[in-house]
Write a protein that binds this ligand. Structure first.
Ligand SMILES: [Mn+2]
Length: 278
């Protein structure tokens, strides 16, 4: 039997390059020269590398390089698509073309923390990379999605179908379809609702698989109404079905690296050892 995989998750970075480097070094995922040193480990980012902070494209450059370095040694660095990647792609693609809401894509991007330095330093490589990011992923027992919003249910019946439909949308220039997805992507807090939160969480897991949802997008401190500086760990809520990993880095939080609990279906000895060490 395969040994249980080490899988780490990091929430929304929003241009905070120095904080990301510290997180990766403290977790022994990169060395002092910022080179991948975690072998066959898997690392997932939740999206939202850009906007609201100083170094969005530099963050993307680091992640893209680590992806190559990890792949060479059997590791894996992956990322979901965040709504801010899509906002930046939309601003780049549609510019001042008006949206259905009497605004335009550049204005929308700026209102959401768009940074001119980022858009000015985009290359075709960044654009292609962002546009192929999956909207969701099923990793071990965890269903990873960027936003705590209902939109994924609307874009497909399986993880593969949602990812194919979102990628297809990003390949074409149907401004209305982009507008609609950006609107849906801006929603949040759906699993926290005392009225329908549990129902939504259960529906997601039933439809897409997994035993718990892991998301970013909504800083934990805004859900808990506390200072972002007090957030050092993920927040598990709604009958332990949902895990928020957004440490609110752009608000002043230092962030954290979350190690996914090993899949409960794995029964080999290395899994047992990992459970004891948790
Ligand atoms: Mn987001």
């Amino acid at each position: 039997m395969q040994p249980a995989q080490r899988v780490y998750v990091i929430g929304d970075i929003h241009g905070q390059l120095q904080k990301l480097i510290k997180l990766l070094q403290d977790a022994h995922l990169i060395d002092a020269s910022h080179v991948w040193c975690a072998g066959q480990t898997t690392l997932w980012f939740m999206g939202d590398f850009v906007d609201r902070g100083p170094d969005g494209v530099a963050v993307m450059n680091l992640v893209m390089r680590l992806q190559q370095e990890a792949a060479l040694v059997g590791g894996n660095v992956s990322s979901l698509l965040g709504n801010h990647e899509m906002l930046l792609l939309a601003a780049y693609r549609f510019g001042r073309r008006s949206t259905g809401l009497g605004s335009n894509f550049i204005t929308r991007w700026k209102q959401n923390g768009g940074n001119h330095k980022d858009i000015a330093s985009l290359t075709p490589r960044h654009l292609e990379w962002m546009a192929q990011l999956p909207a969701m992923a099923l990793v071990e027992d965890a269903l990873l999605l960027h936003a705590d919003a209902p939109l994924y249910l609307k874009y497909g019946k399986t993880v593969e179908e949602v990812n194919a439909n979102v990628r297809d949308l990003l390949r074409h220039s149907d401004a209305l379809a982009w507008e609609e997805l950006l609107e849906d992507f801006a929603r949040r807090g759906v699993f926290l609702s005392s009225i329908y939160g549990l129902e939504f969480a259960e529906q997601y897991l039933k439809q897409f698989g997994g035993k718990r949802l892991v998301h970013g997008h909504t800083p934990i401190n805004t859900m808990q109404n506390c200072s972002p500086k007090k957030v050092y760990a993920p927040w598990t809520y709604t009958d332990d079905l949902c895990v928020n990993v957004d440490g609110g880095l752009f608000l002043g939080g230092s962030g954290f690296v979350y190690r996914l609990p090993p899949s409960t279906t794995a029964t080999d000895s290395s899994d047992t050892i990992q459970k004891i060490s948790l």
